[in-house]
Design a protein. Sequence first.
Length: 388
Amino acid sequence: MAAARTKSRPFTVFNVVAARPNFPKVAPIDRAMRARPDRFRSVLVHTGQHYDFAMSDAFIQDLGMPAPEHHLGVGSGSHAEQTAEALKRFELLLLADRPDLVLVVGDVNSTLACALACSKVGVPVAHVEAGLRSFDRAMPEEVNRIVTDVLSDLLFVTEPVGVRYLRAEGVAKSKIHLAGDVMIDSLRASLPRAREMAVAKKELGLGDTPYAVLTMHRPANVDDPARLARLLDLVEAAAKLVTIVFPVHPRTKKRLEETGLASRLAANPNVRLVDPLGYLRFLSLLDRAALAITDSGGVPEECTFLGIPCITLRETTERPLTVEHGINTLVGDSAKKAIPAVKKALARKGARKAPPRGWDGKAALRILKVIERFLAARRKSGNAGKLS
C-alpha cells in the first residue's frame, strides 16, 4: 500500500501595501488567500509610505483588511530616500521570514524598492498592474513600473495593451497574464456600502445639485508653482459651471499654502474644500458626481466602471482603455480643452455607459490561480525557499 501523501505547508506570500492606491488592489487578493489557509499564508506588509489615518488606516478599515502583520515605517522623504529606506527595511524582513513569493502592486516607490530587494535575495516577485505605460519618463511612476516589470517573475496585466507593451519590451510570454483589473474587484464589492453613506447629501448637503469631484496630487502638477497656478485657473473656470468638491491631498495642501494660492480656492464659494476621504466615503462621493477632474491614474478607472465622465489633468495616461471607452479626456493644464469637456459632461443625459468587458470582480481569483500553479511548480522543482 502506498504511503500516505504528506500535506505540504501553505505558501507564504507577502502582500505589500505602501500608499493609498495600493489598498483596494491588494485587499481582494489578500482576502482570497486568507480564505484558503491550507494553501496560502498571506502576510500583509505595510511599508508606511503613506502613514496618516486618511491615507492609510481608513482604507484598511473600509476594505475590511486585517491589521498589517508588519509595518516598516518608511515615512516621507525624497524619491531616493523613500526607495532606499524601503529597500533596506524590506530586505531585513525577507531574510527573517523567507516568503515563497512577494506580491507588489502599482507603481509607487515602495513597489520598486520591494521588487529590487527580492531580486537581490532570490525571492520571486508578482507585479499586479504590470505593463502600464504612459511613455513619459519624467513621471517617477513610469520608471518604477518599467524596472519593477523587469524584475518580476509574474506580470499581471489589467488590459490587453499591457500585454503588447511587455512583449515589445522582450518579456517572455510565459510570465505575462491578462488578469483584469483587481481594483474593480474592490469597487464592486464596496459600492453597496458606499451608496448607503450618501456622503454628498448627508455630509455635504448637496442634495440633487450637480457637482464635480476634484483630486490633484501628482508632483508634476502641484510642485511647479506656475503649473499649479494654471490648474487653479482651470478649476476656477470650471467652478463657474458646476460646484466642485475638492478632497485636498496633504501634498497639495502644503504646496497651496507655500505658494499662497490656498486663499484663492478658499474664497471661491463654488469650491468645497474637504479633508482627504477614506475609500468608502470617496467612492460614495464619486458615485453621485456629474463628473470628475483628476490627475490620478485610479480615478479614471473608477469613473470608467461607474460610467462617470472624467477629465484628466495630464497629457498622457498609462490606462488607455479609459480613453478608448469614451469616459476619460486628457486636457493637461489647458482650460481651453477642459471647459468644453466639462460642458459636455454636464449636458449628458440618459443611462450611464456600461463598464468594459471583463471587469467582473474576479481578477483576484484569476491571479490566485496563477500564483498557486507557479509556486507549486517551483516547490516541486526544489527551487522554493532558496535565498542567497
